[in-house]
Design a binder for this molecule. Structure first.
Ligand code: NAD
Ligand code: DAU
Length: 332
């Protein structure tokens, strides 16, 4: 395997990616660049600490990034502020990490002619109507609804422009909602699971009709490895499991897997600008690169995730009270 530089590799998806990439390429060289924001945690990489180089630094630091990109063959760019609710409360860090950070990385990749894979999100396409069969495709129009998705869309536009204007060798992927181990307790599933484990009631926004498509983090990362290996430069790929669930139905499933009454949760005020439905058509990556999700039973995947949170309170416990205090500030 080439020398990989993984930005944001101490976060949820990035750390799972690092483990997966090293398992797929046992002799590979891998460097992680991560600013260790509230969302980054070196403990996420403990099992592979002796197999990687870890650099604590910011993707906006042009000198640092230049040297790291020069030494790498392929850059996989996960680093971002990732939580929609926090972006609504305080957009500033999203502009800096998501937009400026991507710009700094692109300039280094351009200077050193390195291959880049940029991690985007299906959220850049905005909201689909609740009733209807329409899905996002690689041709869907950008229509972001939150500061988070607007900054991710801006970053994507920079990547696309650097491909066209400078011939940068980049690919982009847009995955749906991920779940699995090491996800920050701010996100929907870990928040509800850890609420129940702490004896608190889960919190459902608004009507709970909003639909999300749930992809296991290992399936997402396998898709990224497929794109790095065989993706076509300049191309974009949607990644999705087809497991589309309303938040209410998913919460009820989670409660039953936790052995609790399915309606034992509170309804709280809705998220402003809350996208109604996400659904992707991932035919392109399935057909061109032979990718398929392996975690096709969502109940099984959530049961495994619940089990992980039960066994790893040492990991999520220290974040839990601060996260709930932040939610209390925003009334959700
Ligand atoms: P996360 O918040 O768990 O992790 C983000 C990581 O990036 C953290 O380790 C953090 O310290 C690091 N980081 C943030 N700003 C940085 C900066 N300026 N310089 C260096 N490091 C910085 O996020 P995640 O859920 O793992 O998401 C990773 C990527 O995948 C993001 O780009 C996100 O937009 C995208 N994505 C996420 C999902 C999802 O469901 N979580 C779905 C599709 C795409
Ligand atoms: O679709 C991909 C995106 O998925 C990624 O780009 C983002 O980084 C990631 O955070 C995620 O965004 P969402 O806003 O969809 O995820 P979140 O976990 O915040 O919320 C999922 C749904 O659950 C959403 O409709 C809001 C709702 N929700 C969330 C929380 C935290 C609740 O009903 N209650 C909650 O407590």
């Amino acid at each position: 395997m080439a020398h990989l530089l993984v930005t944001g590799g101490a976060g949820f998806i990035g750390a799972n990616f690092v483990r997966r990439a090293l398992a797929a390429y046992p002799d590979g060289r891998l460097t992680v660049l991560d600013a260790l924001t509230y969302a980054g945690n070196r403990a996420n990489l403990a099992e592979v600490a002796d197999r990687i180089r870890f650099v604590h630094g910011n993707v906006c630091d042009a000198d640092l990034v230049d040297g790291l990109v020069r030494d790498a063959d392929v850059v996989v760019h996960f680093a971002a502020e990732s939580h929609v609710d926090y972006s609504l409360q305080d957009p500033r860090p999203f502009l800096s990490s998501n937009v400026e950070g991507t710009f700094v990385l692109l300039e280094a990749v351009r200077r050193h002619d390195r291959r880049l894979h940029h991690i985007s999100t299906d959220e850049v396409f905005g909201s689909l109507p609740l009733d209807g069969a329409e899905r996002f495709t690689e041709e869907s129009r950008y229509d972001p609804s939150s500061p988070y998705s607007a900054t991710k869309a801006a970053a994507d536009m920079l990547v696309r422009a650097w491909v066209r204007a400078y011939g940068v060798r980049a690919t982009l992927s847009y995955c749906t909602n991920n779940y699995g181990p090491y996800q920050n307790v701010e996100k929907f599933l870990p928040r509800q699971i850890t609420n129940v484990l702490r004896g608190r009631r889960p919190r459902l926004y608004g009507t709970g009709e909003n639909v999300r498509e749930w992809t296991h983090v290992d399936d997402h990362n396998d898709a990224i490895l497929r794109i790095i290996a065989d993706g076509r430069v300049g191309e974009t790929y949607l990644i999705g499991s087809d497991a589309q669930w309303s938040n209410r139905a998913l919460l009820e499933l989670t409660m039953s897997l936790l052995g609790r009454p399915v309606d034992e949760f509170d309804v709280v005020p809705d998220r402003p600008g809350h996208d109604l439905r996400y659904a992707t058509d991932s035919t392109k990556i399935r057909r061109e690169l032979g990718w398929r999700p392996r975690h096709t039973d969502l109940a099984d995947g959530i049961a495994d995730t619940i089990d992980w949170y039960r066994r790893n309170e040492w990991w999520w416990g220290p974040q839990k009270d601060a996260t709930e205090a932040r939610y209390a500030d925003i009334g959700r």
